[in-house]
Design a protein around this ligand. Sequence first.
Ligand SMILES: Cc1cc2nc3c(=O)[nH]c(=O)nc-3n(C[C@H](O)[C@H](O)[C@H](O)COP(=O)(O)OP(=O)(O)OC[C@H]3O[C@@H](n4cnc5c(N)ncnc54)[C@H](O)[C@@H]3O)c2cc1C
Length: 302
Amino acid sequence: MSLSALFRDLLPREAIQENVPLCSYTTMRVGGPADVMLSPSTEEELTAVLDCIRQENIPWLIIGNGSNLLVSDEGFRGVVLRIGKNYGKISCEGNRVFAQSGAMLSVLAKAAEENSLSGLEFASGIPGSVGGGIYMNAGAYGGEISQVLSKVRVWINGEIQEWPAARCGFGYRHSALMEEGAVALSAEFTLIPGIQLEIAARMADLNQRRREKQPLQYPSCGSFFKRPAGHFAGALIEEAGLKGYAVGDAQVSELHAGFVINRGHATAGQVYQLMRHVQKTVMEKSGVMLEPEVRLIGHFES
Ligand SMILES: Cc1cc2nc3c(=O)[nH]c(=O)nc-3n(C[C@H](O)[C@H](O)[C@H](O)COP(=O)(O)OP(=O)(O)OC[C@H]3O[C@@H](n4cnc5c(N)ncnc54)[C@H](O)[C@@H]3O)c2cc1C
């Protein structure tokens, strides 16, 4: 039986695709094919697929908006579960906002603004999904998912559990979902009542700052490296003379040295080689080992 045939009773035909180029599903626009991609649109479909993958012991990968992933040129042998916009309902009740994990953070922040709720302004320019944001504890401009999430419904080892924020083990760009293989299904955020015009103005200001400081016209994964304690990755990279350094079409952005951009036809291998060169050079110059914030998927040659 083919791999995709295992899911025919669990998902509609159009939610099952074979041999899918992952470069079309990552914001870096690199990465080889996935054997099978599944795009569930209800919690029942999503958990049935996860249960099946677990029972059959199939290698699996969750993708949200693919904005923090470096997938190798060989792609992914197994099943990629895409938790995207078709699993992205949002609703509001009082000062709480509920979202399925495929909702985009920008849409979530907009919904909060429309309901005069403050707290998610920081997230409006982060091009990720709610699930990816929780998994990464995404943050910007002093805000972080951990500050606004009240609980998350997760699938873990065949069980569905409700985790209060305190159970999520949040740290800087870190959550317990990483170690425990938990999948975020949906989430509840508790916000503060505010004035819609002021919330909208804050979001517009933060997005303007992004447009000025970040190379948003090029494919990238955002900040490639985590912020090392006591330093800024971009500043260390710039001090090491690496602004503009390129391997093929993968380049350290000239606008913001913390970003690695794809100038057009970069491969994942080139992005990886660039990453290694940056790590080695910064280590030699400043004694700091930069750790990627981006999740590396698949095999990379050192
Ligand atoms: C231009 C640009 C700017 C950015 N700015 C910021 C920023 O300011 N702050 C910031 O923190 N990040 C930023 N990022 C990085 C990225 O947007 C965030 O990390 C985002 O939270 C990733 O969400 P995603 O849906 O794209 O996740 P993906 O990249 O698809 O996945 C990231 C990880 O999350 C896991 N995952 C995804 N969905 C789920 C789920 N439902 N359950 C469990 N695991 C899941 C994946 O398996 C993977 O390991 C930026 C990226 C870009 C391209």
